[in-house]
Design a protein around this ligand. Structure first.
Ligand code: ZN
Length: 244
């Protein structure tokens, strides 16, 4: 199997990346640093059960600066937004001590209703103030959990709403929208070679349960939650495609 990775030309020279410290958003950050002259990052504290991911983002950003000086020179301010109100109004396995399972509507109870809509709206408000034109997010329709706010149509509609409501020409870029997890690893490889793959493998965090004691081939995590399973499957497919 040959892995083809799409590359999108930049619409402008500055971008704001939704950066949580996970595999997807770190790949998006590298993508933005490769394509834009000025890149800032934003993240949201919404009372996640595990702050380990938020700790990772500091380490990932520091590692990117240290190992990729050209990217580091473009990496500007980081914005941490307090959205704890989101945890107060939603009962999900990401914000409360609950077992991960499917709800009656077949969506996993890790779904935080409207989360990405709120994240992007707050991101646009920050981008407006900072003069940033492109919003970059790791939403993906290819092997996702069915979250409706990750869908391409949702994000295109939101882009229109934000531009109308703020009288701007923001562009929402989602470099991972049409690629699976194996191709996400391949995209990291094409952006930053083995050093970036290694950085993402060992520094980023995806596990829903917040476990970081065992380093698997594909990175740290419990190995059994849906996020770990998806990451492990993607890594295995990436490695076997690389050998082929
Ligand atoms: Zn896990």
């Amino acid at each position: 199997m040959t892995l083809h990775v799409p590359t999108t030309p930049p619409a402008s020279s500055s971008a704001l990346v939704l950066f949580s410290g996970g595999q997807d958003s770190t790949t998006c950050l590298a993508w933005a640093l490769e394509h834009f002259d000025r890149v800032e990052t934003i993240s949201f504290d919404y009372g996640q059960r595990h702050v380990v991911e938020l700790d990772c983002r500091t380490r990932v950003a520091a590692a990117l600066r240290a190992r990729f000086p050209e990217w580091g020179a473009k990496l500007g301010e980081d914005h941490m937004i307090d959205l704890k109100v989101l945890g107060q109004i939603s009962e999900t396995a990401l914000t409360q001590a609950r077992t991960i399972e499917l709800n009656a509507n077949q969506l996993p109870n890790t779904f935080v209703p409207g989360r990405n809509l709120m994240f992007l709206t707050f991101a646009a408000a920050v981008a407006y103030r900072r003069g940033l034109k492109v919003l970059v997010g790791g939403m993906c329709e290819t092997d996702y959990s069915g979250y409706p706010d990750c869908r391409d149509d949702t994000l295109k509609a939101l882009q229109v709403a934000l531009n109308l409501g703020m009288d701007q020409r923001f562009v929402i870029e989602t470099p991972l929208m049409w690629i699976d997890k194996a191709r996400t690893w391949k995209l990291s490889e094409s952006l930053g070679g083995q050093p970036l793959v290694d950085l993402i493998r060992t520094e980023t965090h995806t596990c829903y349960l917040g476990q970081r004691d065992v380093l698997h081939e594909w990175g740290y995590g419990c190995g059994t939650c849906p996020a770990c399973e998806l990451r492990a499957r993607g890594w295995a497919a990436y490695v076997s495609a690389r050998k082929a």
